[in-house]
Design a protein around this ligand. Sequence first.
Ligand code: GLY
Length: 348
Amino acid sequence: MLSVEFFAGKPGGYRVLIGDRTDGLIPPLLSHIHGCKAFIVTDSTVETLHFNKLREYLSGGGIETHSFILPAGEQNKSIDQLKMILEELLKHSFDRDDILINLGGGVVSDIGGFAASVYMRGIRYVNIPTSLLSMVDSSVGGKTGIDLCGVKNAVGAFFSPTLVIESLEYLATLSESDIRCGVGEIIKYEMISGLDLLGGYIGSGMIGKEVIAKCCSIKKEYVEADLLDRGKRKILNIGHTFGHAFEAASGFALSHGEAVALGIIAETRFGESIGAVPEGLSDAVIKRVSDCGLVTDYSSYKEAASVFIEHDKKRNGDLIAIPFCSSFGSPFIEQVRLLDAVSFLKNG
Ligand code: GLY
């Protein structure tokens, strides 16, 4: 088992435990929730795959367990579902000593983590991510939230889990496209760190726990430096400014990871066009994305994406802060003119 510790020795610190088999991860989970009631939040897809086994582990450990099954899909990261989770917690008399467990991908950890942050002014929660994307990104770092009026993560809180349990067994139930979605996010970590994280995947189609642990360690550096995402943590959004716009422009036909990989390519090209990034870097980026089996052509989304960029909520007047890399392993943030980004997408 591998372990990555966030904020080691500090209040609010937590461990991310990464193992090949779920049963090896259960003893630390049970000792973490010993003497408390547990409330599992999961979604209707994960329920059929992994929920019963987790519930059996908990009842085998003598833990009183209740649950909430969210209908699968981003559209359910809503205030209505949040209200239902909170009502169930109240109905079963959960108190501050009890614990919430999120079993699922990013939607589950976002809404479940947010419920934990507001219920009784905050109860502890554990993330058990079941998607690759969530193992390497959304289950660590403490971003929680729901969507409101069509705006993603419009309401939320920075509220860290108290434990994260990552089992590679869950990856076996993912489709190839789900795996590619996580791979898109791992390419981001290659850009930030300059490390070869995906060479093994390109050869075998498999992701090992060392790679997942490395992604979490890279993320840890940025989260610990800037938990509230005011400065350095924005580096973790490489590829996401254009990527979110492509994702929306595709009507969500592109997965998040595919859109991020396209975003990394487009932002690198844009950086080259304004002189922020050395010429030629985009060729290396395109090769990496293509070697990983992800799409590299965003031309059909450019026009629609330019409208989304114009309304990006991260804009600051006429400017927008975009993280770039001057080479693999050398990230930086640059304030660029929104007009330049829009015109690059329209005409570039
Ligand atoms: N997903 C980027 C972050 O957690 O900051």
